[in-house]
Design a protein around this ligand. Structure first.
Ligand code: HEM
Length: 490
């Protein structure tokens, strides 16, 4: 018994000592830190946390900023990591000294889950090689050729809104737009009709929903990734839902074989990937990520946008006038060029992405020891994060940051925006490769939605927005329900 007590006390003391020592890491380096606590460090308890990682990192950012810090040292458990606060230092990390931070700090094992070896997760030479191959998929020329496919998917969106209007049904905005973007990416990536509107059990929509379903398991995995990547690796934990992975791998492999054997060529992402002649697992991983990145980011952007427009009727009217005037000037049609002329539309999308960046935290990993301008050294292997949500809502850069004001992005005003304070698509060599496609989807979806309909808040819609604390990307808590009214034009 005595032996047991001594062993236990020794163990407790060792854990205490280990934590105490670990929590001195940033102080010793002369980097400011906020008092961490046992056992999660500066990360909130994943089970009881109200705001989740999104708000946790945004809060820490604000605390360091209030203390006048350019960076802050934090601990996930006892693992040290950096939060970048100052935009000039952010520029060094993501752009100027990119070679020291060329990784997204992803933890994955492609032997366990081959679909996770996609561009976002790759690093070093393998990332660069894949980036060079994938980039031509998203040129403006390719976007033009895909524009009509988007409009075809838009017909079902318009029909759905029309039917809801006739049946006096309010709109579950996020679900409707996720159906639209699933159909778009299904078509543009794989040449497939997903039919998400007509068939509520459509496979692509169901698996897409599963992949982004918020869960405690996901959150614990997320926190474990920060605290101890080696545990995540040895337990073979992965982000991708098993059934969805099986479905996507089989689907991509079958289409690949079908196209090769029948000599079928199509004008879609899949064809461009096939032309690269990479091993099939690598191809499947890229196709899978286009699907993932393509439907959820754009559908949440449109949802947040319509939510704000429902609360700002004057902005909504002004945008509708722009859409309809441009369509009228273009013989009653929406064309790629006509859509690119919508300047107010872009101001509104930018303001939405400022307030609601879908990827709320920009990740990097330090891949070689790096000396900051103040002499502090970031050691190889240290994860480096930036809370885009906090940075883009900082009142020093965006006065009245919680006010939806698209005029910040007018031609006259946007010149005064401080560099590296607005970066919803990231920056530097790892900037979002699908930026043009994401913007195009958002412009088309909003144009089709708003040209004939006015949206307004439902009694159940709360303002300001509350976020889902368990979701991987910035998402509203619960549904966004909006009312809609059909407008009659002469
Ligand atoms: C509104 C829509 C979108 C937003 C806000 C968005 C945002 C982002 C952000 C913040 C990053 C990280 C950038 C960095 O680390 O500096 C990223 C990377 C990426 N995005 Fe997007 N994205 C969007 C749409 C898309 C679409 C439609 C696709 C593809 C079909 C896509 C594919 C990718 C890929 C492949 C990467 C990894 C790039 C790399 O690591 O080299 N994204 N995106």
């Amino acid at each position: 018994m005595e032996f047991l007590i001594i062993t236990l006390l020794t163990f407790v003391y060792m854990v205490y000592y280990y934590y105490k020592k670990s929590f001195q890491y940033w102080e010793k380096k002369g980097v400011a830190q906020i008092k961490p606590s046992f056992p999660f460090g500066n990360i909130e308890n994943p089970i009881t946390s109200k705001g989740g990682t999104v708000m946790n990192l945004a809060d820490l950012h604000q605390q360091f900023k209030a203390n006048g810090e350019k960076i802050g040292g934090i601990y996930a458990g006892c693992s040290p990591m950096i939060l970048i606060i100052d935009p000039e230092w952010l520029k060094l990390i993501v752009s100027k000294d990119f070679k020291y931070f060329n990784s997204h700090a992803a933890i994955f094992d492609e032997k366990v889950e081959p679909l996770e070896a996609h561009l976002f997760n790759l690093e070093g030479a393998r990332w660069r090689e894949m980036r060079v191959k994938v980039t031509p998929t998203f040129t403006s020329g390719k976007m033009k050729t895909m524009f009509n496919t988007l409009l075809e998917c838009g017909v079902q969106l318009e029909e759905f809104i029309e039917t809801s209007h006739k049946n006096k049904k309010d709109l579950d905005i996020k679900e409707i737009l996720a159906c639209f973007t699933t159909d778009v990416i299904g078509s543009c990536a794989f040449g497939l009709e997903c039919n998400s509107f007509k068939n509520p059990k459509a496979e692509f929509r169901s698996y897409g929903r599963k992949l982004f379903e918020s869960s405690l398991k996901f959150r614990i995995r997320n926190i474990l990734t920060m605290i101890s990547p080696s545990i995540v690796k040895s337990l073979k934990l992965h982000f991708t839902d098993k059934c969805s992975s099986k479905f996507f791998r089989a689907f991509i492999k079958d289409s690949f074989k079908y196209r090769k054997s029948k000599n079928v060529t199509r004008n879609d992402f899949m064809q461009l990937l096939i032309n690269m002649e990479n091993p099939i697992d690598e191809l499947a991983a890229q196709g899978f990520f286009f699907f993932l990145a393509g439907f959820e980011t754009a559908s949440t952007t449109m949802s947040f946008c319509l939510y704000e427009l429902a609360h700002h009727q004057n902005v909504q009217d002004k945008l509708r006038n722009e859409i309809n005037e441009i369509i009228k000037k273009n013989d009653g049609k929406l064309s790629y060029h006509a859509m690119m002329e919508m300047k107010y539309m872009d101001q509104i999308i930018n303001e939405t992405l400022r307030m609601y960046p879908p990827i709320h935290t920009l990740p990097r990993l330090c891949t070689q020891n790096y000396t900051l301008p103040n002499g502090a050294i970031i050691e190889k292997g240290t994860p480096v994060f930036t809370s885009l949500l906090a940075l883009q809502r900082d009142e020093d850069y965006f006065p009245e940051p919680n006010k939806f004001n698209p005029d910040r992005f007018s031609k006259k005003n946007k010149r005064h925006i401080t560099p590296f304070t607005f970066l919803p698509f990231g920056e530097g060599p790892r900037i979002c490769v699908g930026l043009r496609f994401g913007m195009m989807q958002t412009r088309v979806g909003l144009s089709l939605f708003l040209k004939n309909y006015k949206v307004a808040p439902h009694e159940s819609t709360r303002y300001p927005m509350q976020f889902d604390n368990q979701s991987a990307i910035l998402s509203p808590k619960g549904k966004i329900i909006l009312k809609h009214e059909k407008l009659k034009f002469d």
